[in-house]
Write a protein of this length. Structure first.
Lengths: 415, 415
DNA sequence: AGTATTTTTTCGAGGCTCGAAAAAATAGAG
DNA sequence: CTCTATTTTTTCGAGCCTCGAAAAAATACT
């Protein structure tokens, strides 16, 4: 059950709030912070004075040259880039990418590597990850005083506590406790996140007007993934990262899915499924391991040129996505959707069937008003999401510590 | 965005916590409350002294005669039944039921009425509701000093803010702002809740060990409804009460649903659907308006006796529920399920097909371990849920007031 | 140079929680 | 029957925290 609020929690929470306000607003003045947080000027003054003294925030002279106003000019508060750094590690099919990011959110170093994730041994996969992290940490060019947090992201299922990868399509191995492994190796707190959840977080930071309290990010890639923000919080399953939209059942006993089951949404809308249908291989055909982005783009071009099996394949994908979204909307009500990944570039081919299908569901009552946005490139989004997740952890747990972790409502998934 | 914590919020929150602890635990001593809330004995002493002085709590001599312990005996704290009262109004098909409940949760008066909800005019329906509430409020036998809150529940869809019924199967009329109507009429704060959500809340109070942080209540009745608790909070849609499990799509373009669409779970598992299949009327047959509980029980008996269309109808219902649950579990991970309503009494007929279907979904990976519980009688559950919801509102908003409602995380759905 | 205006800091007041110690209330020992 | 050990509850002063009001700071306008 929820736990009492101690007197000392007060300061901690309000510190966290000031830091969060600065991270969101960019260069807010103390007065602006007071307005958005609802705290008094005196309190904000005291807290920001502390934070500046601790090197967490910095004062920056009025950024705008056009200071037309009369009185004492506002002085903006900004995040001190040198207060800390975080590292992101994104592990995707045959590709490993890390970045070091300063406290203000700027990338200060990165490194990428191709690897054969599908055939690598478990130890080799882990070894590559730790090695690349070590290289970045030991880079003498980089004055990385303090990497305070590492956030990993992987396609697939992670556990609720963001400690381990439970299953992933990019490797045959399961249950790898990446967070613990990195923490043991480097002594830096780490979390293991789901890629689509990070996409959702990144969208929220990129465009808070459009993606605020309720929205959906769907990854249209080899598999189908989803990141869901509801009521301002990242939605996760009770045991796992959850939100396995791609494995909702579209047609009982339908097409063969990569997961071994039948009729999943992914078995109609994943790249391999579109490929399979376009090649007319039949719904029982074994899913191929990978379809290159170039091949997918060729498929889309063919579908746009003539009415053939390619176009029909995209129609089926749209239908599956539409019915799936309709079922999802029956549960959560409609919300803006961002389509991310290679096939988002072919959304023109998918959309008509999708809208037709969704209109036939209870959740799609006002299907006209549901807005879709597309973003073909998922990797930058995932990286940004990881960075923001790691940075907000630092904001809260390192720069505003003091609340003992108790049973109950600990660790809200604030997106 | 979230708002700063003011100094005076502290006391309010801790007051609310003490009240909540007493409501949960029954007759806890101050020492026990200190232990569960994590606050110091001094604080608990001060707060409970206030609350007793205000007539909200009462001291009760050591309830247990067997006070074997050595030192000063604990004195239990209880809710003062006279501190307030709440009223519940449950509106279901052809039936209206109200109850007055004291602050300690005991029913002190009730009244029930049959009506023909399907054919009544809008005004007549509203009139019946206000009339029955007025009779209870004006009852001279009852010393109802202060009904502090009214909670209504109805089958169907309500809005997120618990103000209005948006749509309900029990009446052709839509968008009735029951909460506002009652508030205007009687000047008592009211909310309009979804029946299945109230079931979920009641289950949590009845059996907190089984139904704690994550569970599902499914109403198997004429229609199919769902109440969902995730991470300790009632799950609602972004605009409506949400959780329209019955209208997730089971088979695209499948059986005709009462909602006018095709292939919804309800079109296979609702009473009318089981009836239709048992009578072999075909999937396009118009759903009947009502099937009596007696008829449903007869159907179940027939299905148990011989392998015929009745048994097949229950099998199809199980299959639809199983695939639906599988899709749901793909999103939220498996959780304990309570089946409520007439057809829960026929769960033996439903379960085999349900388990078989769920085992074929991604969400049902460990389908063996998913536990189902049945409760044939929904009405008492709904009433209890309403009562607890209204009482916790009183706990928080009347007896621990002081936090201004701002934009942001206001009104958590604590189940 | 003086005044108006806006932002930020300072300072005392009032609250809240906490820990330690005292007070209260009982069971058991002699 | 008295005294001691034990447990619960209250009391009290200390230490923080936030707040409002007033002062100080920094600029534009006249």
């Amino acid at each position: 059950m929820s736990v009492g609020i101690r007197h000392d929690d007060l300061r901690r929470r309000n510190r966290a709030m000031v830091i969060a306000a600065v991270r969101r607003a960019g260069q807010p003045s103390r007065t602006e912070i007071a307005a958005t947080t609802g705290l008094s000027h005196s309190t904000i003054s005291a807290i920001s004075s502390d934070l500046i003294g601790e090197g967490i925030l910095t004062e920056s002279k009025p950024s705008e040259a056009g200071s037309l106003k009369r009185g004492r000019p506002q002085v903006g508060l900004g995040l001190n880039p040198e207060a800390a750094a975080v590292m992101t590690v994104v592990l995707s099919l045959n590709f490993l990418s890390v970045a070091v990011i300063d406290y203000a959110g700027q990338v200060i170093a990165e490194e990428q590597r191709r690897l054969d994730t599908l055939t690598m041994s478990r130890d080799a996969l882990i070894g590559e990850c730790t090695a690349i992290v070590r290289r970045r940490l030991e880079d003498p060019d980089l004055d990385v005083r303090s990497v305070a947090r590492i956030a990993l992201a992987i396609q697939g299922i992670t556990d609720t506590h963001a400690r381990a990868m439970l299953w992933s399509p990019i490797t045959p191995h399961t249950d790898i406790a990446f967070a613990d492994i990195l923490e043991d190796e480097f002594g830096i707190p780490a979390t293991m996140e789901n890629d689509c959840n990070m996409m959702a977080i990144a969208l929220r930071w990129r465009d808070p007007d459009r993606y605020r309290d309720d929205f959906i990010a769907i990854l249209l890639s080899h598999g189908i993934g989803m990141g869901l923000v509801l009521k301002g919080e990242l939605f996760t399953g009770t045991h796992s990262s959850g939100g396995e939209f791609g494995h909702m059942i579209h047609r009982p006993n339908g097409a063969l899915c990569r997961c071994g089951r039948r009729g999943c949404v992914e078995a109609y809308a994943g790249n391999y499924a579109i490929w399979r249908n376009a090649r007319q291989l039949g719904e029982d055909a074994e899913p191929v391991a990978d379809v290159s982005d170039a091949d997918m783009r060729a498929l889309a071009t063919a579908a746009r040129e003539r009415d053939g099996p390619e176009r029909e394949a995209y129609r089926k994908a749209g239908e599956a996505l539409g019915y799936g979204l309709g079922s999802l909307f029956a549960l959560i009500d409609p919300a803006p959707v961002a389509m991310v990944g290679v096939s988002a570039a072919a959304f023109d081919l998918i959309e008509p069937a999708l809208r037709k299908a969704i209109a036939q569901t209870a959740g799609g009552q006002h299907s006209k008003s549901i807005s879709f946005d597309t973003e073909p490139n998922e990797l930058p989004l995932i990286r940004e999401g990881c960075a923001m997740r790691a940075l907000t952890f630092v904001d809260q747990e390192i720069f505003a510590p003091g609340v003992q972790a108790r049973a109950g409502s600990v660790g809200k998934n604030v997106a």
